[in-house]
Design a protein around this ligand. Structure first.
Ligand code: MG
Length: 333
């Protein structure tokens, strides 16, 4: 299965499968929520907004986010060649965010040379994201300039947002080694390196079969089918070098329960993308109460709203609706 077909298949998993993955019945979707606690500490992954963030005046748009109750943002769109974010000088971007009252604890950056493009879904070198052992050092080294630029801005976390295409168990181990070596480079710069998953990391590498297989509600896989990529990545990276950013939506799309992962890998998962089908809370399929409570219990604080469909033209409105939901939930701190 190639990456494109894989992603297409992933997007066609059923809502039934999603609901089945939650431990307990999810809370009813919020209707006509009112903001009753504007002081909650919550963030946004700016990938969500696509070009809407830059339409008109960036500074005004950042202030709009702050007025919705967002306190911090995770960057996307940093360019290593120009030291810019969304085409805006990094220092200037940070100043405008801080002036709007927004902190920047984290930034998504694909390994330069391995991926490029929004969300890193197309490879720069024409290899369709293929990764192998010969690329470990080159890719890890390419992060040195990234680490330097982010250290200058005081960013705490740099997160690699996307898996390369991995054909076999050795590819997975090599990818883990690349993450580990990259983490060492960031650690030396005073930054915690992280990895953000999608659903394919919950696939299993089946012995004797090239590529990986993702479980579906009709074709579940077990440990007997082969090791899960996510387990291999976590087990083959040093906790001091690599933490993990959970994405609630992609976890569930991988037929997994976020709460179980938060409990079993409490020391590894430090950040979270809070994602539903579109507006947070609207599907009723995500048990955010249980997820957040476990996330907080683990001692974590950074939660980022994320919404796909970034070219919809409705993203700012969707973020606003999502923040109304977040601000109305008593379990959000
Ligand atoms: Mg995400």
């Amino acid at each position: 299965m190639d990456r494109r077909n894989f992603l297409k298949g992933a997007s066609m998993l059923s809502l039934g499968a999603l609901a089945a993955c939650n431990n307990e019945k999810a809370a009813a979707p919020a209707v006509n929520v009112e903001v009753n606690n504007p002081d909650k500490y919550f963030g946004l992954q700016i990938y969500t907004l696509g070009n809407e963030l830059y339409a008109g005046n960036l500074s005004d748009n950042l202030k709009k986010l702050r007025n919705m109750g967002i306190k911090y943002i995770e960057l996307a769109g940093y360019d290593v060649n120009t030291n810019t974010v969304g085409g805006v000088d990094f220092t200037e971007f940070k100043k405008q965010a801080n002036d709007a009252g927004l902190e920047i604890p984290s930034s998504h950056v694909n390994a330069p040379g391995l991926f490029s493009g929004v969300a890193g879904r197309e490879s720069r070198d024409g290899s369709d994201g293929q990764f192998n052992r010969s690329m470990i050092n080159k890719v890890a080294d390419s992060f040195k300039k990234v680490a330097e630029d982010h250290a200058k801005q005081g960013i705490q976390y740099v997160v690699h947002p996307m898996m390369a295409y991995l054909n076999n168990e050795d590819d997975v181990k090599a990818f883990a080694e690349m993450l580990n070596k990259s983490g060492e480079i960031f650690k030396a710069a005073g930054i915690q390196f992280g990895y953000h998953h999608h659903n394919m990391e919950f696939a299993r590498m089946v012995k004797g079969v090239a590529g990986f297989r993702l479980p579906t509600v009709l074709t579940p896989l077990t440990a007997a089918d082969g090791p899960m990529i996510m387990d291999m990545l976590m087990d083959n990276t040093d906790p001091a070098n690599v933490c993990y950013e959970m994405d609630t939506y992609w976890t569930v799309m991988g037929q997994q329960d976020p709460v179980v992962w938060l409990k079993n890998r409490a020391s590894r998962i430090k950040l979270m993308h809070v994602k539903d089908f579109v507006v947070l809370g609207a599907s009723g399929a995500m048990n955010f109460k249980n997820i957040f409570e476990q996330f907080y219990a683990n001692g974590n604080k950074y939660l980022f709203v994320e919404i796909e469909d970034i070219d919809s033209g409705k993203q700012m409105a969707r973020v606003e609706e999502s923040m109304k939901f977040i601000n109305s939930q008593p379990y959000v701190k």
